[in-house]
Design a protein. Structure first.
Ligand SMILES: [Zn+2]
Length: 248
């Protein structure tokens, strides 16, 4: 590995850069894993389910309304026919044979009306129950849609918070990078591209990136390295920044 020199103060700035990058990583993670994202998917499924249910009960209500109108027409027809027969029967010039036929038909019409009225009552009851279902389904759909609205608002508020925090960290990062020589930043970025931190403090003989305690020979090399030399963790490769608390 080529030896890279950097003033100890510049090396410490790498820790600031690493802290900013850690925050940026956390913000990106927070954006991806916002609970509202998964909750919204569920809430949208609930809206679709509620819509389907509403269509179903509204269709039932429509079918029953059609049945009700049909029975009303039938009842009306039976009433008109009954009225006509009674008028004929009450009138003069009705022969005995015709009178018997009319009486017979009036009895049939009476039974027919009775059947129709029973049917009408039953369908009215069904329609009432379905009407209540329609109201429940409308309320359920409204609640589901409200949940989507609320969650969308909460998600967007969270996104806006993350955007603002990110913009702040991006500015901090630019300001920090401006104070570090480009070739040192390049070493830092190269390490970071492999995943994890680019730089970490050596604290009490432990690399603060991989949390491992360095062995005696590694510590000996670090102790021997000049303060302005950039050194790396023998365990994880991160740029190790030494301080008075490094335990060297
Ligand atoms: Zn390490």
């Amino acid at each position: 590995m080529i030896t890279m020199k950097a003033d100890p103060a510049v090396q410490r700035t790498l820790l600031t850069l690493a802290a900013v990058d850690k925050e940026l990583t956390q913000l990106a993670h927070r954006r991806r894993t916002l609970p509202e994202i998964a909750q919204l998917v569920e809430a949208e499924v609930a809206v679709r389910t509620a819509k389907d249910k509403l269509v179903e009960v509204e269709t039932s209500a429509g079918d029953l309304d059609r049945d009700i109108r049909r029975i009303e027409r039938d009842v009306e027809g039976v009433r008109a026919r009954t009225e006509r027969d009674r008028t004929l029967l009450a009138g003069s010039g009705v022969g005995a044979k015709q009178a018997t036929d009319l009486q017979h038909e009036l009895e049939t019409l009476q039974r027919r009306q009775s059947v129709l009225e029973d049917e009408q009552l039953e369908i009215m009851e069904q329609r009432e129950a379905v009407g209540a279902d329609v109201e429940h389904s409308q309320a359920a759909l409204a609640a589901a849609e409200q949940a989507v609205t609320d969650l969308t608002q909460r998600r967007d508020t969270a996104f806006a918070d993350i955007d603002a925090a990110e913009a702040g960290r991006v500015r901090d990062r630019a300001a920090t990078v401006a104070g570090i020589p480009a070739e040192v930043v390049a070493v830092y970025e190269k390490r970071r591209a492999k995943g994890g931190a680019g730089a970490a403090l050596l604290l009490a003989r432990r690399c603060q990136a991989c949390r491992l305690e360095l062995d005696r020979s590694a510590l000996g090399e670090l102790r021997a390295a000049p303060a302005d030399e950039i050194v790396h963790c023998t365990e994880c490769g991160v740029i190790l920044v030494r301080s008075t608390e490094s335990g060297l």
